[in-house]
Write a protein that binds this ligand. Structure first.
Ligand code: SF4
Ligand code: SF4
Ligand code: FES
Length: 658
């Protein structure tokens, strides 16, 4: 590739060379100079020049210019508000204008302390007001969904939120209504903002007009600690900043990894953390003492019981992994089980890593999943890359993805293989002991059935509701927000997980190391040590934004598979499902409602409209379900979420009006 053509720009007397086409805001940043912005956000597409906060003086031009709309040109001489009295006067005038109706909310506004409007007012704003009339007042705050509150008085009409809705998420649910002074942000037809990426607008809003209902009045920016980590709820592995105050998670923000997530999160990753405080969270080991009854026991007693159960079972031990384990925990479990001669069951068959950055999906002319399930349900932020490619008319080869069903399916398969443990697909008979690891495994009906048929069961789970009734010993599990270690995402990128809050019980590696010691198996209780043993390189090398790893090999000869086309029923695991989501009531409005989903083309062909009841027939069974139209669904694919109409098996399908 040839080197990009460079152009030289002078900004506030500093000469900087940048590739031709670089925006002036970025060129200034490269020179260490800030051009203040409100509406400018390059991830939302071309600049719209709405707020005029970025006014700069350009030599040779009579009027101030909106810097965000300009690109660096050779010989351009720019003066920002820091050196030009004219530009400073422009910034002052724009702020005065913005503040005409802005409420004096800073002391009670969640954005206070991290608000560009507040910061710029301190820097350039008027010290007092020349306005003697009353400010415009509106109802506030308006809940536009259970997650988000809208305060219209604070809105500066930068249109970042509506541009995100229209041009990134492509949901069209957030809109600007009315004109001129009456303009305001609203949801389409006043429906709740339901889209799975809705929470991003809270971070995009440069003022306190869109706030998180979970975070409102919970903390000030100077009181919180921010822990860089990764999301552990799906195979994308978005980079996150976990904000905590007094040992509790208060909010989760994005931490832009340009190859993984581009700074976007889905609502599950952003809003599921209150499940840490679920009413049925297990904090002590539970031992079954009589039929259908448990006693809380000490950790010593629990480890005695676990040792006894393992010795009684001999090599007839099976561990069901959920795919949410860290690489280090999966390796530790596999190392112990390998020493006992037992077997591990992986959460999925052949979880082949993509082997290239998710950002490369933006170059593909089309992106589909191998099984036809919607990409945005299994790997939401990956779907945003695919949408970006479609919007930009990408013409690279089409990609058919195999998406792992679990967050760390790729990593646990690698860890188990490295530990040398036996693995098994389907089992002919139940084992003497089954160890069920993780909430997702404990929530799977086939795993429960197998557990119930086994001689005895140890369950590692966070929530009592998942294990009572069939486990003999329940050991408290921890969340990805409470663990150190690493996760390997669907690309094959191994990223660092940091403990953001102290779990209510010791983390799994701590007690597993003690249990392993009783069997003479050497296992460190410290994730960095286990990581080095597993990957053969220091834990610290993972860094803050991990590069695409080579330690987990790309085993996918089949990642660009073509799959059969035709009318077929696809069952998929909805994004808003699973033990964590079920414990956060605010997700209720986003959860699937058991509809059958059709592509617009198929609905038209059948003469079916959204809300109509249709008959779905497959493999000799049928069910009557309400139809919903899903944009972007491949024609011929008929979707029913897992957990609804379970009698319908995937395969050939016929949909008709009753
Ligand atoms: S709500 Fe926030 S992001 Fe949306 S237009 Fe208003 S200020 Fe901008
Ligand atoms: S896309 Fe996946 S990894 Fe990213 S925030 Fe959502 S659940 Fe977490
Ligand atoms: S940041 Fe340039 S016009 Fe808004």
């Amino acid at each position: 590739m040839s080197a990009p053509e460079l152009v030289g720009v002078t900004i506030d007397g500093r000469v900087v060379e940048v590739p031709k086409g670089t925006g002036l805001v970025e060129a200034a940043l490269a020179a260490g100079i800030e051009i203040p912005v409100f509406c400018y956000e390059p991830r939302l597409g071309a600049a719209i020049g709405a707020c005029r906060m970025c006014l700069v003086e350009i030599e040779g031009m009579p009027k101030l210019q909106a810097g965000c709309t300009l690109t660096a040109q050779d010989g351009l001489v720019v003066h920002t508000a820091q050196t030009s009295a004219k530009a400073e006067e422009g910034a002052r005038a724009m702020l005065e204008f913005q503040l005409v109706n802005h409420p004096l909310d800073c002391p009670v506004c969640d954005k206070g302390g991290e608000c560009p409007l507040q910061d710029l007012t301190f820097r350039y704003g008027p010290g007092n007001t020349r306005m003697s009339f009353s400010k415009l007042t509106m109802d506030k705050p308006i809940p536009i969904s259970p997650h988000i509150a809208l305060d219209r008085e604070r809105c500066i009409l930068c249109y970042r939120c509506t541009r995100f809705s229209e041009s990134v998420a492509e949901d069209g649910e957030l809109v600007a209504v009315n004109r001129g002074a009456q303009s305001m942000i609203a949801t389409f037809e006043d429906e709740p903002y339901r889209d799975r990426f809705s929470g991003n607008v809270i971070e995009l809003c440069p003022v306190g007009a869109l706030t998180s209902t979970e975070y409102r009045f919970e903390a000030r920016p100077w009181e919180i600690q921010s822990v860089p980590s990764v999301c552990g709820l799906c195979p994308v592995g978005c980079n996150i900043a976990v904000n905590t105050r007094e040992g509790k998670v208060k909010r989760i923000l994005s931490r832009n990894h340009p190859e993984v997530d581009q700074g976007w999160l889905c609502d599950k990753g952003r809003f599921a953390f209150p499940s840490l405080r679920a009413a049925d969270r297990i904090v002590d080991p539970l031992l079954r003492v009589r039929r259908r009854g448990f006693d809380a026991v000490s950790w010593d007693d629990a480890l005695d019981a676990a040792e006894r159960m393992l010795r009684d079972a001999g090599s007839d031990v099976l561990v069901e992994l959920s795919g949410s384990e860290t690489n280090e925990l999966a390796y530790g479990l596999a190392k112990l089980v390998a020493a006992l001669g037992g077997t591990m069951r992986l959460p999925e068959d052949d979880p082949a890593p993509l082997g290239r950055p998710l950002s490369s999906l933006a170059d593909a002319s089309s992106v589909a999943t191998e099984d036809g399930a919607p990409l945005e349900e299994a790997a939401p932020v990956a779907a945003l890359w695919a949408k970006q490619g479609r919007r930009n008319g990408a013409d690279g080869p089409g990609v058919t993805l195999r998406v792992p069903r679990t967050a760390n399916g790729v990593g646990v398969a690698h860890a188990v293989a490295r530990a040398g443990a036996k693995t098994s697909g389907s089992l002919l008979q139940a084992p003497a002991l089954l160890i069920v690891s993780g909430d997702d495994a404990a929530a799977e009906p086939p795993v429960r059935e197998l557990a119930e048929a086994s001689g005895s069961v140890i369950a590692l789970t966070m929530f009592q509701g998942l294990a009572v009734g069939w486990a003999d010993l329940v050991l408290p599990g921890t969340s990805y927000l409470e663990r150190d270690g690493s996760l390997t995402n669907m690309e094959g990128r191994t990223q660092r997980l940091r403990r953001a809050v102290i779990p209510p019980a010791p983390d799994e590696l701590a007690w597993l190391a003690k249990l392993a010691e009783r069997f003479g198996v050497e296992l460190s209780a410290h994730a960095p040590v286990v990581h080095e043993e597993l990957f053969g390189r220091p834990f610290e090398e993972l860094g803050e934004r991990a590069p695409l790893d080579v330690a987990v090999p790309d085993t996918s000869g089949a990642r660009h598979l073509t799959r059969p086309r035709g009318s077929r029923l696809v069952r998929y695991r909805p994004l808003f499902s699973g033990p964590a989501v079920e414990r956060v009531p605010k997700f209720e409005f986003q959860r699937p409602n058991g509809d059958v989903e059709l592509s617009p083309e198929q609905a038209r062909e059948l003469g079916v409209r959204g809300g109509d009841v249709v008959t779905v027939r497959t493999n000799g069974t049928s069910a009557q379900l309400r139809a919903r139209i899903r944009r972007g669904l491949e024609p011929g694919v008929v979707l029913v979420a897992e957990g609804a109409a379970d009698e319908l098996a995937p395969g050939d399908v016929e949909v008709s009006r009753p």
